[in-house]
Design a protein. Structure first.
Length: 323
């Protein structure tokens, strides 16, 4: 049994990672501020699988508060830290940039400073496919340039990567940044397209289809992401001169937005009321994960196709929102 810290434990990825760690026999301390960026009731719903488990400890707190973080690390010795807490969303960063600075910059700094003071065997943090910006590469590889972000959200994630590399270089903190590609599934984030489109199709509300539906996303099912996170957690980069690496976790199968909507329409048995609009500021045209590095390192191999993953989501959605 290891003791894990999972930040953002009520978030979509965080709750599922926490549940999987508990099922694997570990002790998990989960922290989350339960903010109202979207409905807190959904966050509580995600936590239900964890809170009843005897090896789960939940702490409600804000990582932007240095006292919260110092108290947390004083109370527990963590063998592995999985830092998933962040202010999510590309478009919201245009409306409320301060939320991203507080959570993604200041909160991150508090956590990594605590890890420097009491080093875990492995510090894992969430980055994002958004750091690639509007790349013209066919597949996005970890070695590609990421110095031209097109949103503040992406800029904060790039900042996290650079700080973590610096701490690995200066202090030997074993660190892995995970670039997630459009994670979806049951109890996901309501601000994500698959979630909001489902709600709109069922209610007959128009959906805004950006760039005339010609965007492409590498949709990655939550169970595949969780399997990747847990496998990476067991493989710290201690063999490297600078114990630091970045890994893509994606499905390696980009899907056009129009085809994605068509799949949802079939599963819901109802046509979408589509409003074709121009590109949204901060969005990228395409994401496409090269997963060779994660595959070679830990055998990462996504197995869930979009049809199956959306079937699971739609089933959950109808049960959670019966009306």
């Amino acid at each position: 049994m290891k003791r894990y810290l999972v930040t953002g434990a009520a978030g979509f990825i965080g709750a599922n990672v926490s549940a999987a760690l508990l099922e694997a026999g570990h002790h998990v301390v989960g922290v989350d501020n339960l903010n109202d960026y979207y409905e807190p009731a959904l966050k509580q719903h995600r936590l239900e699988r964890c809170v009843a488990h005897p090896e789960f400890t939940f702490v409600q707190g804000d990582l932007a508060d240095s006292g919260t973080v110092s108290d947390l690390f004083a109370a527990y010795h963590f063998e592995v830290v999985i830092h998933l807490a962040a202010q999510a969303g590309v478009r919201y960063s245009l409306e409320n940039p301060n939320a991203y600075i507080q959570s993604n910059i200041i909160g991150f700094q508090h956590v990594i400073d605590a890890c420097r003071a009491t080093p875990p065997a492995h510090f894992i943090f969430a980055s994002s496919s958004s750091v690639y910006g509007n790349s013209d590469r066919t597949w996005f590889a970890e070695s590609d340039p990421t110095d031209m972000p097109v949103s503040l959200y992406a800029a904060t994630k790039k900042s996290n990567e650079m700080v973590a590399h610096t701490y690995a270089h200066l202090y030997g903190l074993p660190s892995t940044g995970l670039r997630f590609f459009t994670v979806y599934g049951p109890a996901g984030r309501p601000d994500m397209a698959y979630f909001s489109f489902t709600r709109a199709i069922l209610t007959g509300t128009p959906i805004r289809v950006f760039n005339q539906g010609n965007l492409e996303r590498d949709f990655t099912y939550i169970d595949d992401i969780v399997a990747g996170v847990l496998a990476v957690a067991d493989a710290p980069p201690t063999h490297l001169e600078v114990p630091y690496r970045l890994l893509n976790l994606g499905n390696h199968q980009p899907v056009k937005l129009g085809d994605f909507i068509g799949t949802l329409e079939t599963l819901l048995g109802k046509k979408a009321n589509k409003a074709l609009v121009d590109m949204q500021p901060g969005d990228v045209y395409r994401t496409a994960a090269n997963i060779d590095a994660a595959s070679k390192l830990v055998g990462f191999a996504p197995t869930t196709d979009l049809q199956t993953g959306l079937e699971h989501f739609v089933r959950w959605y109808r049960e959670y929102y019966p009306d």
